[in-house]
Structures are given as C-alpha cells and as structure tokens.
Design a protein around this ligand. Sequence first.
Ligand code: ADP
Ligand code: MG
Length: 635
Amino acid sequence: MSDVDTAAPAAETRGFQAEVRELLKLMIHSLYSHREIFLRELISNASDANDKLRFLALATPSLNEDSGELSIRIDHDAAAGTLTVTDNGIGMNREEAVSHLGTIAKSGTAEFFGRLSGDQQKDSQLIGQFGVGFYSAFIVADRVEVLSRKAGEPASQGVHWESRAEGDFTVATVERAERGTSVVLHLKEAAKEFADGWKLRALVRRYSDHLAFPVLMRKEGGEASLDYEAVNQAKALWTRPRSEVKDDEYTEFYKHITHDGTAPLAWSHNKVEGKREYTSLLYIPSHAPFDLWQRDAARGLKLHVRRVFIMDDAEQFLPLYLRFVKGVLDSADLPLNVSRELLQQDAEVEAIRSALTKRVLELLGRVAKDEPEKFATLWKEFGQVLKEGVAEDPSNREKLLPLLRFNSTHETGEEDKTSLPDYLARMVTGQQKIFYVIAESRAAARASPYIEKLRARNVEVLLLADRVDEWIMGQVTEFDGKRFQDVSKGDLELGELADATDKAQEEAALKEHKGLLKRVKDALGDVVTEVRISRRLTESSAVLVREEHDMGAQLRRMMAATGQELPRGKPVLEINVGHPLIKRLDGVVAGEEFNELAQVIFDQAQLSEEGQVANPGEYLRRLNRLLVRLTAPAP
Ligand code: ADP
Ligand code: MG
C-alpha cells in the first residue's frame, strides 16, 4: 500500500489475549465438524454493524455518507480459494479492530474457561453455547484479513487487520473509501468447498433469511459479472406473519440474536395492535447461560422502534425473575431516540412489561401442559430463577404457583417432581393443608423427624432444600384454597386427618404422661417454653417446634451471612411418648440422671433441627457419662 498516510502509525504486530489464543485452539479442533457456523457468525456481525449504523445515523444523518442501501455482500473466488463478507455498516477504526478482534469482551468469560473440561465432545457443546463469534473464521481459514473504515472517519483512516491465528495479528492504517467492513477468508485446503457458489448460496440463505438486510450474491452462473441479487427475503423475521415463518427460521433467528448455538426450547411470537402497537418474539433457551447468577450479567430484549434497531439488552421489558428469556421487541409507539433512562420512566414501557410477563407465563404454562419433558428441562435450568417470581411478582402469583415443581415424599428421583395441582389431586381424605418441610438437602428433608407421622399416614409432604425456599414459602399462604403448612412449626393440627381413636389416644396419653411432661420441663428450665406430646413423631424421640411466625434455620443462616444475627423465640420440645427412650426416661426418678437424660434428648432434638448443638463439648461429655454407665460391667 503505497498511499498510506505517512503520519499514520506503521503496521504493527500484536499478541492475542491469552483467552483468545485458548479459544482459537479449542475451537479450531472441536468445532471442525460444525465448521459452516463461521458463516452465521460473520453474517450476524455484518447485520449487527448495519443495525448500529442505522441507529447512529438517526441522530447524525451525515454518517449515511450517500453509500446507498444497507446490505451484506458475499463474494467468493473459487480459483483463489477466498470468501469475503462485506457490510456497509458502522465499521471499525484501528483501535477498535485491535480491541474487538484481539480480546473477548463477553461477560462470563472467566466462568466459561473454568468450565472447560478437556473432553472434546463436552467442550464443543460449551463453546457452541458460549457463542463463538468472529474467531470462528479460523475454523475454515488459515489466514483472515479484515478491512474496515469507521463511519464518519476519513478514507485515510482505514484499517487492515490480518492474522494466521498463530498467537498474533498485525494491524496497519490504510486508505479505504468504502464505509464498513470486509472480512476476507483465505480458506484452508480442506474448506475450499465454501468458495463454491452453489453450496454457498444454500448456506447463506439458511443463515440470512430472517435478517432485515438484503444479502447480496453474484447472479448464478455469472461468476465474472458484477450483477448482484438478494438471496434472502430481507424482511426482519418478526415482521412476517407467524403462519409464514418456519420453525427452522425461528431457530436461526434465535441463534442470531443470542450467540447461542443451541436451539431454543420454545417461543412466542405476537403482534399487538390497537391503542398500543408492538410486536414481540420471546424465546426460552434450552440451557442456562453461564452468567445467570451474575448480578451485572446482560439481560433483556433486543429493542427496535418501527423496525430500527435501538439497543441490545433492554432490561425494562421483563421482570428480573424472567431474565433467562431472550428475544426482540419492536414498538411503534416509543420515540426513536429513546434511551435507557427514558425507558425507566415510561408508562408505556410498564404496560408492555406487564403484557410480556403474562405472555411468557402463558408460554411456560403451555409447555408445562403439552410438553412435560421439555418443561422438566426448563425447570432444571431456570426453576430457581422462576421461583423468585413468587416473591417478586405477587400480581402473577396465581399463574406462577402452578408452574413450580417440588420434590416430595411421593416422588423417588431428584428429577421426578410434582406440581401443586398434582399434589392437590393426591391429597388424602380429610387433608386440609399442603404440607412441606425445609431442610439443608433433599435427603435431610426426606429423613426429617417432622414428617414421620404424616408419612406413616401416606400424606404427601413437599421436600424443600433450595437456598431460597424458606424465603419464597414465607410469601405464600395458600394455593387453590388450601393453606401451606411448614410441618416444623406450630401445633401440627391434623384436623380431619386425625380420627376419633387418635383423639381418644391423645387424651389418654396426656392424662398418663402429665407428670413426665412437667418433670422434663423442670429439668430443662427455660430453654424451652413448653414440653408437650408430639403429633408428628413415630420413630424419633423428640423434636423442637417453632412458633408459626418464627424464622427457620435457612432464613436465619441467610441473615447471619449478611451480619444480622437475630434474637429468636424459644422452642417447644415435643416428645414421642411411644419411643423406648422416652419410656425409659419416664421410669427414672427425678434427679441428676433424669436431668442428664432429658438434656441429651433436648440436644438431639436440636441436632436434628439445626444440624448442630449449641455446645458440642458439653453434649459429648454428657452422652459419654451415660454410655459409661450403660456399658459398666454388671455388678
Ligand atoms: P459479538 O458479535 O458477540 O460481539 P464477535 O466475536 O462476533 O462477538 O465480534 C466481536 C466484536 O468485533 C463485535 O462486538 C464488534 O465490535 C466487532 N466486529 C466484528 N465484526 C464486525 C463488523 N463486520 N463490523 C463492525 N464491527 C465488527
Ligand atoms: Mg458476533
């Protein structure tokens, strides 16, 4: 290039960021069998660049530079073995080329690399989900050149970027009249097929039919002619009637907007007309993104106003608990110059958000009903997030509750879950409440002493073990007229579940053990408010029971983690008078031995509630004294 501005910085060689080097190596090997995806990525980038230009030109029309209609052009040269993707979009300057094509800016990059296992099969899956982007060009090319000029900058400030993927790239400032970017691939010997017109045409159509810009190729048979034609419909997919869009096209479009290589699980495409006018196309992905739990992770919809792309990640249109939903919103009512700040205050936005929330919940409901297997996947990936909606969005609770899935005493496997309507359908005669138990793990919940009696009567209990469960369950009181009951709290009133014999037995037991209850209370003093006969237990000797409104172990741990230790009420000790240990206790006369045994029983109840005792050392000494006495040789 002889006409390079002499004042311009010279060509230089730069190293790729370490992550890029890693990604390149992995990608070239593990994605080889899907190598045609590079074309989706390059076309997608060209389309993004055109979108950005059109948006910026709204405020600065001079950026249009009379360069005609926005389009994407694909050229190939079978003899030279090259393939070129050209757009007349926003372009890049030298600095941008260095940073955008030499590093990975994506959020969650660190997690992504942390999850790579070295297993090719698994890693190629992961890479697909991560979104491979520009670097996928190196799957098929051993040399890639990028020529670009940024909109609004002089022709002297073009950039020429080039790399052979061997750890570094070169950049030089060059003369370039055309606005936008050309990516030139020098195809590997084994990938020369991509310089074939017929093959290319079919592929290009697949990857571009949903795009809003014409994708131009030279007319068939006219390799030498400069006569171009559009090979796609060049109509933004969401603007087409639902009946005309094929599933494949919906899937391709999803991949284009999300950079996710895996097909979505479900979608909902709707046009709203009347007082308010907008089109939405919402997708449920088939797997959680790496950054689902990252606070600053990008989320939200791709916003368009009258088909003009406005911004990515417009988060105001869906509540936080639906942050896994991807898609496009095209509004006819919002101003073209709408900003994130404006979106925050707009009443219009609030109305759309509420309507879209309902749409998504309906879509989820439909999947749950018609495709339970898909829904199981969805729950596994996003259930934890969706659950937050119970607390976050009380107005949609009626729609949300039936979508929740629970482990229960009636289900056997981790994946085998029940819904609340299914639970109601299985309630036994006389059952008035929905029973649940919260524990540290599903196994601990299943083995919980609090549910012994219920289980013995074949009453189903929901087993909750997620970090947020206690918080969530604290927000709901009933479902379909049935109240929720934490089985570890309050006086477990079995209502009609208890039959006449139960009542008679209870009364008899109370009369018989009144003295014992008093003696135990006296032995324990005021660490408990009361000692009573349990309606919960069949196998365990005793449990601690809390007041209905008392905070459970999970919430207290959460509060403690944030530095807020809360004083708590004293528990009730419930004892199982049928248990051999309690029977033995009854036979011991009040005194040191009785007190010690009562204390051990209390400690054990605490152990089973909290997973720990207040004073482990003392507990062990006490227990050991009893064991020594027990194992003493007979006199
Ligand atoms: P992504 O598209 O997810 O951002 P890519 O690896 O595909 O990731 O692209 C990285 C960046 O390079 C883009 O974000 C963009 O800034 C820049 N880029 C790539 N292709 C083009 C292009 N044709 N025109 C302008 N910028 C581009
Ligand atoms: Mg991209």
